[in-house]
Write a protein that binds this ligand. Structure first.
Ligand SMILES: O=C(O)CCC(=O)C(=O)O
Length: 261
């Protein structure tokens, strides 16, 4: 079994994808990859977790409980740890879709594995990815690929329609490993406006870097909640290197001091 990495012709994507992305701040694409491709991703993840993850630095893999190696919640820079994921990220129809949606040349910024282990998977605080990125202009997106059934019980991603049109909100410290900053004044009104992205394996959600989103913890005692995140920015966007490296250093220091990594 192989993954058909061949990028699709951008003209093969329907115009509605772009329209939804611009209007709502996200587009939901059921069945973006098929069941065989999902299985292949699972196989490659299992191999990576078995063979590569034990040797990764503590800033590239986060655990809900660092004493329990089965409690992985995030693997950062996935594409740097295995050729399969590099290809999936940078030479595939995911990359191609990002250029179609942005209408510009893009470059990859990060690819991550997200899990919420059963019972212990913590909530993802409300945030805007653009706050973390320190990029200008903020022409970016995250693709969130469900690798399992995702619903209210195991922590679906919740978006606020149109929130990408209202700029960056204030963020403050959350104490959550992997999502250290969250919207400080998240209100009942915000909660009432959320839309839960129930998903099946292979479904893709693509959100704008300004779209407000969050997820609950995993309340299930048995089900995991595995997903991949693909982050792309326009090729002309630049990182404020000073701000980004000060932010990363502080983050790493805080995570070490609080025993999270
Ligand atoms: O997986 C999650 O709970 C949240 C992921 C997320 O915030 C993102 O992909 O930007």
């Amino acid at each position: 079994m192989t993954f058909d990495f061949k990028p699709l012709d951008p003209n093969a994507f329907p115009a509605e994808f772009r329209q939804q992305y611009y209007e709502l701040g996200y587009v939901r694409i059921p069945g973006f990859i098929n069941a065989e491709e999902v299985s292949l991703i699972h196989e490659n993840l299992e191999r990576l977790i078995r063979d590569v993850v034990p040797g990764l630095p503590d800033v590239d893999v986060f655990y809900e409980d660092k004493a329990n190696k089965d409690s992985i919640k995030q693997i950062i820079r996935l594409y740097q740890h295995a050729d399969f994921f590099e290809q999936l990220y940078l030479r595939s129809r995911f990359f191609n879709l990002s250029e179609f949606l942005l209408g510009r040349l893009v470059s990859g910024r990060n690819m991550q594995y997200f899990n919420k282990p059963p019972g212990t998977g913590k909530p993802t605080p409300p945030h805007q990815d653009g706050y973390y990125s320190k990029m200008t202009p903020l022409e970016g997106m995250t693709m969130w690929l469900a690798l399992e059934d995702v619903d209210e019980e195991n922590g679906c991603v919740r978006y606020i329609n149109g929130s990408h049109k209202r700029g960056l909100r204030d963020h403050g410290a959350t104490g959550t490993l992997g999502f250290s900053q969250g919207i400080s004044d998240y209100s009942d009104e915000d909660r009432a406006a959320e839309v839960c992205m129930i998903a099946k394996p292979g479904d893709l959600m693509v959100h704008n870097a300004l779209t407000i989103h969050r997820a609950d913890g995993n309340l299930s005692a048995t089900r995991t909640r595995k997903a991949l995140g693909f982050i792309y920015y326009s090729a002309r966007a630049r990182e404020d290197e000073e701000a980004a490296s000060a932010y990363r250093e502080k983050l790493t220091r805080d995570m070490r001091e609080t025993g999270k990594i």
